[in-house]
Write a protein that binds this ligand. Structure first.
Ligand SMILES: [Zn+2]
Length: 109
């Protein structure tokens, strides 16, 4: 899940108040920032990560970004209680369509 953060709007060092595990956030945000292009790379056509040197967005950044996204979204949109999930009853099915049944009934024997 993508986080709402971008290079222009990086994640804050201090976790947003709704984040469930603030200590984890600080680690994730730190690594997120490490795996970003250096300033002179950010406007480049093919920026590379300043930390691992891969073309950016690098794999590590994508992982941390996903975790930040999850941390943010978890608190915003709690999973619906599985117990409340409603299952619509399946519509009744007829083995033979009504028209076909009538035709069969009217057919001369
Ligand atoms: Zn990297």
């Amino acid at each position: 899940m993508r986080s709402p953060y971008t290079l222009d709007n990086p994640p804050p060092d201090e976790p947003p108040s709704e984040v469930l595990v603030p200590s984890l956030w600080r680690v994730q945000a730190r690594w997120w920032k490490r795996h970003t292009p250096a300033l002179d790379q950010q406007s480049a056509k093919h920026p590379v990560c300043r930390h691992c040197g891969q073309s950016w967005p690098c794999h590590s950044w994508a992982c941390w970004d996903g975790q930040l996204g999850q941390a943010v979204h978890q608190s915003q949109a709690p999973e619906p209680d599985a117990g409340e999930t409603r299952v619509n009853p399946a519509p009744p099915t007829r083995a033979v369509p009504l028209g076909a049944a009538l035709t069969a009934g009217l057919a001369p024997t």
